[in-house]
Design a protein around this ligand. Sequence first.
Ligand SMILES: Nc1ncnc2c1ncn2[C@@H]1O[C@H](COP(=O)(O)OP(=O)(O)OP(=O)(O)O)[C@@H](O)[C@H]1O
Ligand SMILES: [Mg+2]
Length: 173
Amino acid sequence: MTAVAVATKTLLEVRGLEVEYGRVRAVDGIDLTIDAGEILGLAGESGCGKSTVANAIMQILRPPARIVGGSIRFRGEDLTAMSTEELRRFRWRNVSMVFQSAMNALNPVMRVGDQIAEGPMAHMGQSRSQARARALDPGPRMAEWCRTGARPVSPHSAGCSSMADPMPAGHWE
Ligand SMILES: Nc1ncnc2c1ncn2[C@@H]1O[C@H](COP(=O)(O)OP(=O)(O)OP(=O)(O)O)[C@@H](O)[C@H]1O
Ligand SMILES: [Mg+2]
């Protein structure tokens, strides 16, 4: 038998995380570690604190929520100690979030390509043209939306999961 040493590299390490909404303790001392190449699923009943943990990791908790204990480290760097500018560079490049109800997250009055380009512009310092070129990259259908200037249909309209012209309904997968 051959012993193979597998070097694991810890990406994310959360220790003793505590988050409160006002006086209500929503997350009470959670520990988790994610190594490179590892996938971690967080499952639990509604209201148990999954989104709060994710928002804390991304440092996007809004008052009255606040971290009252513990540490969150990405590649050893303490995220809770980062400045706004450091966090802006860190997010999207290292950790991204797909929010609940993601299909409703696109702004119906902005072009899809412009919304996709916002990420590279805001977090990677890319110019609008560089970011748009990147937006055209992900796949033929997405590229078509970007080229044609499609807008997502308003979530208030009947076809909330479809795209505005020129793509027919049912193409928002
Ligand atoms: N803005 C807020 N003010 C006060 N309490 C809040 C607020 N947001 C969430 N909570 C409370 O924090 C707890 C955790 O909520 P959270 O949204 O993290 O749960 P979740 O596990 O993501 O639930 P779901 O599965 O429904 O998305 C819940 O008890 C919730 O009521
Ligand atoms: Mg949630």
